[in-house]
Design a protein around this ligand. Sequence first.
Ligand code: TEU
Ligand code: CA
Length: 554
Amino acid sequence: MKRTWWKEAVIYQIYPRSFMDSNGDGIGDIKGITSRLDYLKYLGIDVIWLSPIYKSPNDDNGYDISDYQAIMDEFGTMEDFDEMLAEAHKRGLRVVMDLVVNHTSDEHKWFMESRKSKENEYRDYYIWREGKDAQTPPNNWGSCFSGSAWQYDEETAMYYLHLFSKKQPDLNWDNPKVRDEVFNMMTWWCDKGIDGFRMDVISMISKTEEMPDGKVTDFYGDYSPYCIHGPNIHKYLREMNERVLSKYDIMTVGETPGVTTELAKQYAGEDTNELNMVFQFEHVDNHGKYGKWDDKKWQLTKLKAILSRWQMDLYGKAWNSIFWDNHDQPRAVSRFGDDRPKYREASAKMLATCLHMMQGSPYIYQGEELGMTNYPFQSPDDFRDIESINAYKEWCLSGQVSHEDFWPCIIFRSRDNARTPVQWDESDHAGFTSGTPWIPVNPNYKEINAKAETKDPNSVFHYYKKLIALRKENPIMVYGKYEPLMEDSEELFVYTRTLDEQKLLVVTNFTDQDTAFTIPEEFTGASCLISNMENDYGKNNIIVKPYEAFVLIR
Ligand code: TEU
Ligand code: CA
């Protein structure tokens, strides 16, 4: 297996709107990020992934871009960006940009032209179809954010495709001019000195020519067989690689919903010349009664089976991202750990151990290193996210399900859980802003904040810092071969990593119960690399305490 810097890197994701506000308007911004680079350096991460900072009307918080080569007004200016990039580089931190090219904003110049007439030179930049009739869209596909995936446009009496909101029309990648535009734009950013791209829903850019009705689930038809891993996806990615990516020493990560381990070997294979790594969701996609809206935790054996399969199938063949949460997912400690005060810190450290000892490039989502928790939503008025707002309407206000049944599910999974401001200190609004934050701060900020945690050597923050440092000293964490143990246990997640003569044993307790464990003989007398509590690892039979995590090395 080739050794590369991006396999060894730890990536920290910033959602700029909620990271740090520098000017008191309640919205995080680029100068705010610059002011916290020392904090990130101290944590020890290598790469920053910036969620979109481009000009946008913010229908989907910047994932709807109206100009790829300008900065969002609320976030600052291009000078602010250049300064941030230079300051990051000065500290040895790399900056990976979000690349959102499955769709643009409907306020992008290309789309404003495209909708004007069927003859417009930008018409074929997007995907236009005739309706079945004046009232009926071309097919039954539903958008990710509720409703039909087609929007009727009066101007030309046709429909355009939007797999996300109606303000996010899908680009037509089959048009070579679209590819030229995108590749030129990417080159422009690379020449500026950025260090890579995280590619939003990149597995969805190629669509089938035929667009038949999809299988109906919940309300609408499923577009995925026609829009995910479409006929030309690998051709377009290889073209992108040849024309742009291969010319720079950058990192590329493809957000690839729906990817299997087989397909990942193509998208992010050692020698396939597409992307460096995939970012896939199988371990966070447990669906329940109401689609993704569910309040149940994974059964541990199922979660382990998925994670282990990815570890083993990709070994030596392709590279994966490893993460518990991001800006689209609830907070890791609330979802996979236990956010009750008694267990929050232990379980946050346990999850970190379990993840960072696996193979793949680890991603830390802002605030995860503090053990930030889900937000205690009180009413639908608390939501800011288009997905949650629309889902509540589609499921509840339609009468499909009662508020009582749906509420626990939507608050457990809402993306807004991840989007409350980073808790910097115990002052008003957690030190995020001197004004009124665009989304409320989690009320637990007096107990959970960066200032308190950087001072406390036993904090979740310092535990992450230690894990990151260990990765630098122990190539086995990056390159070791994974092997699962005790696959039937519903309490313990146990695995080993092996590199040459060295071997790691990773033991994590996912429950609030004491659990008996026998240390395998080959690890008797092994030393402890890291643990989140005290225990006697010299003994053969031990009791693993609630949410305990430890790693032995020999
Ligand atoms: O997300 C796309 C995606 O994979 C969806 O499953 C996503 O998780 C969504 O939250 C459905 O629950 C990307 C971005 O990460 C997301 O923030 C954007 O809203 C979306 O694309 C559209 O650009
Ligand atoms: Ca601001």
